[in-house]
Design a protein around this ligand. Structure first.
Ligand code: ATP
Ligand code: FE2
Length: 338
């Protein structure tokens, strides 16, 4: 029987528990916090996670049991240790500690950003990619180099998804704004100049969100949505391309909820074709926040002896992916035949 790990994600809206082995997701149960109005309220999201933690855990165990994976086969409990909203992280960590103690199995603290990358390496043919991770709160370009995932570029203020959502709210669109902006943008080809802010390899989106809101007084919503997307996506594609050139890697992996956007995918694909690189997008269920990615990286970490003592299991809302020593990658295999 293959080793299985249970993982719990809960950095923001999504509370999700999953059980995986090295081949596949055995079971996954998600319960999402939906605010009555507006954006996320950290305390309410944490209360949601506290209320539904036992539900998602019991249900995922029940579903795994139906597939022949009983409680006694679970070899470890992994949780998102950060980055994310402190109150949400603490709630999920408490549930994970209790479960690991009651099952008598190791506890594994997973970096949420790295889990997005590893699930992509698991569920697509990408082996050693430059990853563009764009979600609500995060926007980063990462790649593996000598024992760590390095951050080649990142947002200096808000994430791209939050910038889209912020502008959408100001335009009277409901949350989440990303998909609505994408739909409206398809109806225009009229580009209005917007602030394009790439500083070195880093990005800034908050000025763009404000400029887009201001532009609504003189231009149509469709034109502004189109121009916002073209500007923001060109910025992230530029940084991704420069990371490819700098590292000499030959693959790009897209991760995070904003990765659902077809125009962003198209722009990345064109850039990759021009550079002779391969472009990979995982199935939608593995792109946004999901428990499977936490369980899977938890499994890789457990297999390489990377576990936590309860005393060292504090959460870290600013947990940087480049602070993690990567114990689960064999460099010879990476160099292999890519
Ligand atoms: P994280 O904790 O990683 O920041 P998150 O809570 O923001 O995650 P995700 O599901 O990764 O959750 O991303 C949600 C974001 O993705 C929202 O900002 C949403 O507007 C954006 N988004 C979703 N679909 C699209 C789309 N088609 N185009 C652009 N943005 C989109
Ligand atoms: Fe995420």
């Amino acid at each position: 029987m293959k080793r299985t790990v249970l993982g719990i994600e809960g950095t923001a809206w999504n509370l999700s528990a999953a059980i995986v082995n090295e081949n596949d997701v055995i079971a996954e149960v998600t319960h999402t916090y939906v605010p009555p109005i507006g954006g996320i309220h950290p305390r309410e999201a944490a209360q949601h996670h506290a209320k539904f933690a036992s539900y998602v855990i019991e249900k995922v165990l029940e579903e795994a049991e139906k597939k022949g994976v009983s409680l006694s086969l679970i070899a470890g409990v992994a949780f998102s240790q950060g980055p994310g909203l402190g109150a949400c992280l603490r709630t999920v960590a408490t549930a994970a500690r209790a479960l690991s103690l009651s099952l008598g199995v190791p506890l594994i603290g997973v970096n949420h950003c790295l889990a997005h990358i590893e699930v992509g390496r698991w569920k697509t043919p990408a082996r050693d990619p430059v990853t563009l991770y764009v979600s609500g709160a995060n926007s980063q370009v990462l790649a593996y180099n000598m024992g760590k995932y390095r951050v080649f570029g990142e947002t200096l203020d808000i994430g791209l998804g939050n910038a889209l959502d912020k502008f959408a709210r100001s335009a009277g669109l409901t949350h989440p704004g990303g998909p609505k902006i994408e739909e409206l943008a398809r109806k225009s080809k009229n580009y209005i100049p917007m602030p394009y802010v790439v500083k070195g390899m880093d990005l800034s989106f908050s000025g763009l969100a404000t400029a887009a809101t201001d532009a609504l007084t003189k231009a149509s919503l469709e034109d502004v949505c189109y121009s916002f997307q073209e500007t923001a996506f060109s910025m992230v594609v530029e940084v991704t391309e420069r990371a490819l050139a700098h590292t000499g890697k030959k693959e790009v992996l897209l991760a995070g909820g904003v990765g659902a956007n077809m125009r962003l995918r198209e722009m990345l694909k064109i850039m990759c074709e021009e550079r002779g690189a391969s472009f990979y997008v995982p199935e939608k269920r593995f792109m946004g926040d999901n428990g499977a990615m936490i369980a899977y990286l938890g499994l890789l970490m457990l297999n390489s002896g990377n576990i936590l003592s309860i005393e060292n299991s504090h959460v870290n809302p600013n947990f940087r992916p480049d602070s993690v020593k990567v114990t689960w990658i064999n460099e010879d295999e990476l160099k292999g035949d890519t």
